[in-house]
Design a protein around this ligand. Structure first.
Ligand SMILES: Nc1nc2c(c(=O)[nH]1)N[C@H]1C(S)=C(S)[C@@H](COP(=O)(O)O)O[C@H]1N2
Ligand SMILES: [Mo]
Length: 406
C-alpha cells in the first residue's frame, strides 16, 4: 500500500480537522484510507451538532435547528444550521490561503495572504443574523422544490474579521463599480472543477457597509469547516446565500454579478404578487435583498406543560433584515388580541433582538402562543404563510408554540 506523501499529509490534516483531534499514528495510515470515524458519516459527530438538529440532505449537507435549540442569545456552532450547495472543500490549507480581488471595476487586481489580511486591516466583531432565503419553504402550497426548511435555517453568531470596504479601498475601486461577486473553494456536486456550486454577491452599497465583513472567526474561534473556514463573507440581514463561505476571490463588477445562482429564478421573488402555482417569467422576478421581519419563540419548547395559576415566561429573538424590530407582540387566543413583549435593542446593527414576556392563562386547557414582530417601517409578520412564490422564499409567518395548562 502507498504511504502518505505530502499531499496525503494535507488530507490527514483535513481529516483531523473534521474529527476534531489529531489522528495519532496518522502517518502510518495507508493513503486513501478512510478512518472509521469518517466512514460513519455521522453528521452530528462530523460537524459537532446537537443531536436534535435535523438533517434534510446529505449530498450536499443541509441541516437545520429546531426553535428551542436556538435559545442562546449568541448561536453556538452546535445549533447553527448548515446550508451547502456543493461539497465542503477538502484539504484546506489556511497557511497558504489567499484572497484575490479582481473584476472589471478593480483598479488593479491584487492578492492577499490570509496572514496579510489579518495584520493589515482593522479587526471588528459583530453579531450578525444569517437566515437562508428558503427558511420556511416547507409551508408553501403548492410546494416549492428545494430543501424543506421549517423554521431552523437562521442563526446569529459573533463574527470577527475585517471590513470588505477596507480591503476594496486598499485595492482601489473604479467609479463604474456596481456589485461584488464572491468565488469560493467548495466543489460542485459533480466534482467538475469548472463548475461553481454558488457564486453570489451584493450591490456596492451593501458591500461597503460597516458590518459587511470578511470573517476568520466565529464565536471567538476559527470558523468551523462547515461554516466557511478559513475565510467567509458575512453580510447580515440579507439572504445568507450572499455570505459566501471558503472565499478565495471577490470580483468588483461593473454590472449586476452574474455568477451561479444569481440569475434565472434563484434567490428571486415575483415583482408583483402571483397566484399559488402560477408560472412566473424570469423577467418578472427581482433579486431578494433585505430579509423580511421575523421572530422565533425559543423558550419554552412547543408542547410545554404549565401548572394552572403560574406565569409562563416566554422568550425568543426577532430580526428584520436591514431594519430594526420596534415591537414584538404575543397572542394566546389565535390572534384575536395581542399584548406587548419586552424587547431589547440589538447589540449592533443586523443582530437579532431578544424578547420576553410573562403570560397568565385564564383557565386550564390547550393554548397556542403566537409571536409577531413589527419592523421600523411598521411592517408586521403575517399570521399565515405570505405571498406564494415559485422557489418558496421569504416565509416570515408568525411562529407559534403549543402550551397545555394543567
Ligand atoms: N461557498 C459557499 N458559500 C455559501 C454556500 C455554499 O453552498 N457555498 N451556501 C450559502 C447559503 S444558501 C447559505 S443559507 C449560507 C449558510 O451558511 P451556514 O452553512 O454557515 O449556516 O451560506 C451561503 N454561503
Ligand atoms: Mo440559503
Amino acid at each position: 500500500m502507498k504511504r502518505r506523501n505530502f499531499v496525503g499529509k494535507v488530507a490527514l490534516g483535513a481529516m483531523s480537522g473534521i474529527i476534531g483531534t489529531e489522528i495519532v499514528f496518522g502517518s502510518s495510515m495507508p493513503l486513501e484510507y478512510v478512518p472509521l470515524f469518517l466512514q460513519d458519516n455521522d453528521p452530528y459527530k462530523m460537524f459537532a451538532k446537537d443531536k436534535e438538529m435535523v438533517v434534510l440532505n446529505d449530498k450536499p449537507w443541509n441541516i437545520e435547528a429546531k426553535a428551542h435549540l436556538l435559545d442562546d442569545r449568541i448561536t453556538p456552532n452546535k445549533s447553527m444550521f448548515i446550508r451547502n450547495n456543493g461539497l465542503i472543500p477538502e484539504n484546506i490549507d489556511a497557511k497558504n490561503w489567499t484572497l484575490t480581488i479582481d473584476g472589471e471595476s478593480v483598479k488593479q487586481k491584487k492578492t492577499y495572504s490570509l496572514a496579510e489580511l489579518k495584520s493589515k486591516f482593522k479587526i471588528y466583531t459583530y453579531q450578525l443574523t444569517l437566515e437562508c432565503g428558503g427558511n420556511g419553504r416547507s409551508e408553501f402550497d403548492p410546494p416549492a422544490k428545494g430543501n424543506q426548511w421549517t423554521i431552523g435555517a437562521v442563526s446569529c453568531a459573533n463574527w470577527t474579521g475585517i471590513r470588505v470596504r477596507d480591503v476594496l479601498e486598499d485595492v482601489g475601486i473604479k467609479e463604474d463599480a456596481v456589485y461584488i461577486g464572491y468565488h469560493a473553494q467548495d466543489l460542485h456536486l459533480t466534482r467538475d472543477p469548472n463548475k461553481e456550486p454558488i457564486s453570489r454577491g451584493v450591490p456596492m452599497k451593501k458591500a461597503l457597509m460597516d458590518e459587511t465583513i470578511l470573517a476568520f472567526q466565529m464565536n471567538g474561534k476559527d470558523i468551523p469547516l462547515a461554516h466557511g473556514y478559513p475565510l467567509r463573507l458575512v453580510a447580515g440581514g440579507w439572504p445568507a446565500s450572499v455570505s459566501g463561505k471558503w472565499i478565495n476571490r471577490i470580483s468588483i463588477r461593473n454590472k449586476e454579478h452574474d455568477g451561479e445562482k444569481m440569475t434565472g429564478s434563484s434567490y428571486r421573488v415575483p415583482k408583483n404578487p402571483v397566484a399559488p402555482g402560477e408560472e412566473v417569467k424570469d423577467s418578472e422576478m427581482a433579486i431578494i435583498e433585505s430579509m423580511p421581519v421575523k421572530s422565533l419563540i425559543t423558550y419554552p419548547k412547543s408542547g410545554a406543560l404549565l401548572q394552572s395559576g403560574s406565569t409562563l415566561k416566554i422568550r425568543g429573538h426577532a430580526w428584520a433584515g436591514e431594519l430594526e424590530v420596534t415591537k414584538v407582540m404575543y397572542s394566546i387566543d389565535f390572534g384575536a388580541t395581542w399584548n406587548s413583549c419586552s424587547l431589547e435593542k440589538p447589540i449592533n446593527r443586523l443582530a437579532w433582538q431578544h424578547f420576553s414576556a410573562g403570560i397568565q392563562f385564564p383557565k386550564k386547557g390547550y393554548y397556542e402562543v403566537w409571536a409577531k414582530a413589527i419592523d421600523s417601517n411598521g411592517k408586521a409578520q403575517p399570521m399565515l404563510v405570505p405571498g406564494w412564490n415559485p422557489k418558496g422564499y421569504l416565509n416570515n409567518a408568525c411562529h407559534r408554540i403549543a402550551v397545555k395548562v394543567v
